[in-house]
Design a protein around this ligand. Structure first.
Ligand code: AP5
Length: 247
């Protein structure tokens, strides 16, 4: 189903919303541009830290997993191609994801830079990204490597519940919603991802070690990788991220 564009007249927008947006834009105007990549295995905390970094530095958050899941839910040609591969925990083709990132980076919300979450996941994707950025006269500023032992990840993945519409993520033990199974903000039901099972996690980890770890080496040669202790509690990881990004 194609998305329908809605246009709203400024007169219909509440004054408080306009003021809040103006204040946000004013705050953002003094922030430095940043182009970031978050790399780590499934459940390492990329999606948890991204919204915090996004708000702090006024960046857009481009998560290929979220974009692909939206395409699957909407049954677009892209979603139909990606569905089976994702459910098995394997990587979809480089061409598909490079195309969606190329398009997404043109959004006005990416004007001050972006957070790439879950992309690039292969060295070929990294090379294509470099080519795209070179054409724009820019480059990646920092790669945040969420380092964590595989043994910690099953509990994180199988306990995760998400609010599909917003992408808000909870955990039964580490970040529980106020009411079990219900989104704190909208009161709507939470759901579990199809690939968030112990069984599929094995393939996802295999793909990470074989295809994505080399991406960290690729950026290491460029001297832009910062390794984070992702096994620490969320707030401590946030503090580590802030330390790296403010240096
Ligand atoms: P994607 O959606 O990118 O999944 P992923 O990389 O496997 O990452 P996750 O979203 O599972 O983990 P996360 O690190 O964001 O963890 P979170 O912060 O939520 O990809 C899915 C699929 O799409 C792929 O398998 C592939 O098929 C396809 N795909 C996507 N991009 C692709 C690409 N570029 N190329 C090819 N294919 C692609 O945390 C997890 C849980 O732990 C949460 O419940 C959270 O509350 C909790 N938690 C987080 N941090 C902490 C902490 N510090 N302490 C305790 N609990 C924590």
């Amino acid at each position: 189903m194609a998305a329908t564009a809605t246009t709203t007249s400024l007169e219909d927008v509440p004054s408080l919303d306009i003021m809040t947006e103006l204040l946000r834009r004013f705050k953002c105007s003094s922030k430095p541009d940043k182009r970031l990549i978050l790399i780590g295995p499934p459940g390492s905390g990329k999606g948890t830290q991204s919204p915090i970094i996004k708000d702090e530095y006024c960046l857009c958050h481009l998560a290929t997993g979220d974009m692909l899941r939206a395409a699957v839910a909407a049954k677009t040609p892209l979603g139909i191609k990606a569905k089976e591969t994702m459910e098995k925990g394997e990587l979809v083709s480089d061409d598909l994801v490079v195309g969606i990132i190329d398009e997404a980076m043109k959004k006005p919300s990416c004007q001050k830079g972006f957070i790439l979450d879950g992309f690039p996941r292969t060295v070929e994707q990294a090379q294509k990204l470099d080519e795209m950025l070179q054409k724009q006269g820019t480059k990646i500023d920092k790669v945040l490597d969420f380092a964590i032992d595989d043994s910690i990840l099953e509990e994180r993945i199988t306990g995760r519940w998400i609010h599909a519409a917003s992408g808000r993520s909870y955990h039964t033990k580490f970040a529980p919603p106020k009411v079990p199974g219900i989104d704190d903000v909208t009161g709507e039901p939470l759901m579990q991802r199809k690939d968030d099972t112990a069984e599929v996690l094995k393939s996802r980890l295999q793909a990470f070690h074989k295809q994505t770890k080399p991406v960290i080496d690729y950026y290491n040669t460029k001297g832009v990788v910062a390794t984070l202790p992702a096994e620490k509690p969320p707030k401590e990881v946030t503090a580590e991220v802030q330390k790296v990004l403010s240096s």
